[in-house]
Design a protein around this ligand. Structure first.
Ligand code: 1CP
Length: 341
């Protein structure tokens, strides 16, 4: 079974001879090849220039031979397509110079068709990646979930407390709902475009699900995520739902028709297997193991493999992204270990 079959089959819940592997943030700052290209280009330029984005996508595959390549891009390109002025600032992360704070900001956004048209460079990148990657490796696309992207558009950047978003939900609920609807409409079209361009599976990143009280999330955010996931459900092109969420919020997220739940390292894969027997699971090695000794890393990987020893509906991954200080040798050892199972 080649890598592509392995990944699609496990994502759809099937039995495989070994778990497939790919790693969140597998392309990026921990690789010298990436840092080299980054020296002469801003991060957003790397996303916009299809040749460069395709090259970066392939760097980890050449170095570590994972089963899946993930499109190199960022979740904030949907914000950008709706008019956000996005920049990734060194040591600070994303900064948006024109945050949303009034009804007029919604009216000045381009219509969905125009916004998705402006993301055509991503389809071009996907075509170039597929050409180089061939048919035997899986290609994953992705998009940010509406709330995670909205939080950046409202806060103007990264925020641990999302105070402006909290305020907008409570004091201008129509404005918040309007923004969420626009993002949901665009994200549906954007993922459809990625599928047409050739991705095998798509991961939706709801990284900031736990920044709101649960009741508020369920009332103001969940209906939009539900519409997104239901619209994008496809029996052969799996959807992977990644969220940083509590067990209690997962009880709701886990009911959505995404075939795969991608869980962070605070949860137990074995427990999720019991709770969601219908779902494939992805995760959840703590990325900090990659910063330590090889022996400890592989002992932990073996513990996870033993937990998921039924070899059914399981994709090996991290609980969240690789961190920039990760030694490449440890990534190589991890991938070799899984590929050799
Ligand atoms: O300075 C640099 O060179 C930029 C660092 C960087 C990279 C490598 C950013 C800025 N984005 C990315 C790539 C990226 N982002 C990918 C590429 C594919 C891969 O190899 O996995 C993906 C899937 C993302 C997704 C992403 N971007 C998320 C969801 C996943 C997560 O980490 O929770 C989020 C929240 C973002 C926003 C963002 N963009 C960049 C950074 C550093 C961040 C997170 C910052 C923050 O904490 O708010």
């Amino acid at each position: 079974m080649d890598s592509r079959e392995l990944l699609i089959k496990s994502a759809l819940g099937g039995e495989t001879p070994r778990p497939p592997i790919w790693l969140m943030r597998q392309a990026g700052r921990y690789m010298a090849e990436y840092r080299n290209l980054r020296k002469s280009n801003s991060f957003m330029e790397l996303c916009h220039k299809s040749e460069l984005a395709a090259e970066i996508t392939l760097q980890p595959i050449r170095a570590f031979n994972m089963d899946g390549a993930i499109l190199f891009c960022d979740i904030l390109v949907t914000a950008e397509a709706l008019g956000a002025d996005v920049e990734i600032v060194e040591k600070q992360g994303p900064v948006i110079a024109n945050p949303i704070d009034k009804e007029g900001d919604l009216h000045s956004m381009p219509p969905t068709e125009e916004a998705v048209g402006s993301l055509g460079y991503v389809a071009k990148t996907i075509g170039m990646i597929r050409n180089e990657l061939g048919q035997k490796k899986a290609l994953l696309g992705f998009a940010g979930a509406p709330f995670t992207v909205a939080s950046y558009m409202i806060e103007g950047g990264s925020s641990k407390m999302v105070p402006q978003t909290f305020k907008m939900i409570n004091e201008s609920p129509e404005l918040f709902a309007g923004l969420m609807s626009r993002l949901t409409d665009l994200t549906i079209k954007y993922v459809e475009m990625q599928r047409e361009a050739g991705v095998d599976a798509v991961q939706i990143f709801e990284s900031w699900a736990s920044l709101l009280p649960e009741e508020m999330y369920l009332k103001h955010v969940f209906p939009h995520l539900k519409r997104l996931v239901e619209s994008l459900h496809h029996p052969e092109k799996p959807l992977i739902l990644f969220a940083l969420a509590t067990n209690s919020l997962w009880q709701h997220l886990g009911q959505l028709p995404a075939q795969v739940l991608s869980i962070d390292s605070s949860h137990s894969l074995g427990n999720f297997r019991k709770l969601y027997p219908e779902k494939a699971l992805q995760g959840n090695l703590d990325s900090r193991w990659l910063l330590g000794s090889r022996a400890n890393l592989l002992t932990e990987v073996d513990r996870i493999l033993a937990e998921m020893s039924d070899r059914k509906g399981y994709i090996f991954n991290l609980g969240h992204g690789i961190t920039p200080k990760t030694p490449v040798d440890n990534v190589k050892a991890l991938c070799d270990h899984i590929l050799g199972q």
